[in-house]
Design a protein around this ligand. Structure first.
Ligand code: ZN
Length: 642
């Protein structure tokens, strides 16, 4: 990763734990200074409450980039929930909460709220597979090398007579049933991978539509279970396994378990030995079935298969981080020399700190990114960093607050909002006392506008957000009214808590290994954090409490955006206008260009263009071919979001 030459001062300090010398981030000096300066400026007793956001300390971009750089460092390996990197990140957040004087709200007087997440099935080494031929000779296969339990497998074992059931497909609508007239009850069914003649485009089993429906591992497991089989053995089919790569085995585990033991066997392992033991040539059988696309199933009398899938649910312990900021009002306010009772009402500020690790799940980068670290700088080191800066700013203004502020760093978001779901099931402050929830998820790539979701979940939002934006950030806002969106505020919205969601939009690095710290716009990031801090301070100090209104729709309206309009002419699709700062503009498309192709596919008319665009997703990378002054140019474009 390239390093900027003019790194801010504290980035140099961060090198210490880049090298592993420090476990925890040092207190950010700039925040300490800003907080101290601010507190000194607040008189011990004030006649009336000052405008609440007057004393907000500056949110500095150096602070933010320092946090993002630390959280999105390769050393944290993409912060996958349940892995070391996420645990380290949670330690850092807890340390920062402690430094800011937040009250630990987690288990055992600490900052952590633990919970468990399912990680699929773990394969135990006692998993085994053997075939005993009619002559009594036994062939034992090696786990991981020769066979694996599939992720559609359940735990269990079987020791029973074998039956060969072709491809194991039962597809009444295609007039094809490998199980027709075959008794497999209580037996181990041996089948081939894939589908009859699936590489022949004329075959009714040509991919992709039919393949997934009737020939997936899941479909085969379901068909075997429906026929009453005791276990299923799927052998990589010889017609496909012409190279070692094509003869691959699925990585075991990961699934949520199924009804039967289901194993996959490599052809190189099955081949002769397996065929010999079965007493039938699988290669020959496959050729016969494929020839006429007709089932050729058969019982294998005297042949036994012993299979044991020793699987155990893999459950990981993960944790949310929770710290409460309690207002610190001057004693004189009560007039009785006693501190006022601690407020019950609480504002929640949340951000998830987990990401997708090495892309085992959730990656958009395809097979090429398998195993690569997805650093998640924007998603969501940016939101975590912003939340910490908001905590610092709000802590510095604590003398002006009349409500508590609970800061929550969530785990498990990328697995389906698991951390926030856990929180609303076991809230650390009663939800009835939770006046609002402000969520920061992906706030580091401010381009043209800031999206603010949930503005329809309370009547106070539009005015409040617009007024504070004008005073603090002057950003172009795009408001989304709905409370539903694929991020943590949705969990609170579901419990009738007014929500706000700050988001700077999808982009080409979203859920890809390229979501790195140096792609962020830290000026914009600081503005978003400052606006969020102002919103939180006002929520924690204004007299009235926002009322909740239900508003489901329109909480996340992201469509593909290219930013050009076309004028179809006999000579082709002429670009009539290119929006400023749009993806098309950034790619170098000019007015007067003629659009020729979209990712290599010709664009004969406006319909073709509109169809391609409507099928695109924000963040998609593609190549536009344009004709300019008789020359063809290929322009790489990253689709934006509307
Ligand atoms: Zn994400």
């Amino acid at each position: 990763m390239a390093r900027a030459r003019d790194r801010p001062v504290r980035d140099r300090r961060r090198e210490a734990y880049d090298r592993g010398a420090l476990r925890l981030p040092r207190p950010p000096a700039a925040v300490l200074l800003a907080a101290a300066a601010c507190l000194c400026g607040v008189p011990a007793a004030v006649a009336g409450p000052p405008p609440p956001t007057e004393h907000l300390p500056e949110v500095t971009k150096g602070e933010l980039s320092g946090w993002v750089r630390a959280l999105a460092d390769d050393d944290l390996e993409g912060r996958e929930s349940g892995e070391r990197g996420a645990d380290v990140a949670s330690e850092w957040v807890a340390a920062e909460f402690a430094r800011l004087g937040l009250k630990p709200m987690g288990e055992g007087g600490g900052f952590f709220q633990p919970f468990t997440i399912p990680r699929g099935m773990k394969v135990l080494p006692t998993t085994s597979l053997a075939v005993v031929g009619a002559d009594g000779a036994e062939v034992v296969l090696k786990l991981a090398e020769d066979f694996v339990p599939l992720d559609v497998s359940g735990p269990g074992e079987a020791d029973a007579e074998a039956v060969f059931a072709g491809y194991g497909i039962s597809a009444a609508d295609l007039g094809y049933d490998d199980y027709a007239g075959l008794d497999v009850k209580g037996k181990v069914v041996v089948v081939l991978r894939h589908a009859p003649a699936h590489e022949d485009k004329k075959s009714p089993f040509a991919p992709p539509a039919v393949m997934g429906r009737v020939a997936s591992f899941q479909a085969k497991a379901d068909a075997a279970a429906a026929a009453g089989a005791a276990a299923l053995v799927v052998v990589n089919d010889p017609a496909t396994c012409t190279t070692k790569e094509k003869d691959e085995l699925r990585p075991p585990g990961g699934g949520q378990g199924g009804k039967l033991p289901v194993v996959q066997v490599a052809w190189r392992a099955a081949g002769r030995r397996f065929s010999d033991a079965l007493g039938t040539s699988l290669a020959k059988r496959q050729a016969q079935i494929d020839g006429k696309v007709m089932p050729r199933s058969e019982p294998l009398p005297g042949v036994r298969v012993r299979v044991r899938c020793a699987l155990e649910a893999d459950v990981r312990r993960v944790r949310n981080v929770a710290g409460l900021l309690v207002p610190e009002r001057p004693v004189e306010v009560t007039g009785e020399g006693r501190p006022p009772p601690a407020p019950k009402e609480t504002v929640v500020v949340g951000a998830h700190y987990d990401h997708v690790g090495r892309g085992r799940f959730g990656s958009l980068a395809g097979a090429a990114a398998d195993g690569k670290i997805h650093n998640g700088a924007d998603d969501n080191a940016s939101g975590t960093a912003a939340m910490l800066e908001v905590a610092g700013a709000v802590a510095a203004a604590r003398a002006t607050l009349s409500r508590n502020v609970l800061f929550l760093a969530f785990s498990g978001e990328e697995l389906g909002l698991l951390g926030s779901k856990k929180y609303v099931e076991a809230p650390l402050v009663p939800l009835a006392d939770t006046v609002a929830m402000v969520n920061l998820d992906m706030v580091g790539r401010l381009d043209e506008k800031l999206y603010v979701g949930g503005t329809g979940t309370s009547p106070v939002w539009p005015e409040l957000v617009e007024r504070l934006n004008k005073a603090q950030a002057r950003l172009t806002l795009k408001m989304w009214p709905g409370g539903k969106a694929p991020s943590d505020h949705e969990s609170f919205y579901g419990r009738d808590v007014p929500v706000l969601f700050f988001f700077t939009g999808l982009h080409g690095d979203y859920h890809r290994p390229s979501d790195d710290w140096n792609t962020l716009n830290y000026d914009g990031h600081a503005k978003v954090a400052r606006l969020a801090a102002a919103v939180v301070v006002e929520l924690a100090s204004r007299a009235d409490r926002p009322t909740f209104t239900k508003c489901d729709a329109g909480g996340f309206e992201v469509g593909p955006y290219l930013g050009l309009s076309i004028d179809p002419k006999p000579g082709g699709l002429v670009v009539a206008h290119v929006d400023d700062k749009s993806p098309a503009k950034k790619a170098g498309v000019k007015e007067g260009d003629v659009l020729v192709a979209w990712d290599g596919a010709a664009l004969p008319d406006a319909n073709a263009f509109n169809e391609r665009l409507s099928k695109g997703k924000p963040g998609d990378k593609l190549e536009l071919t344009v004709e300019r002054k008789g020359k063809r140019l290929k322009l790489p474009v990253v689709l934006g979001s509307t």
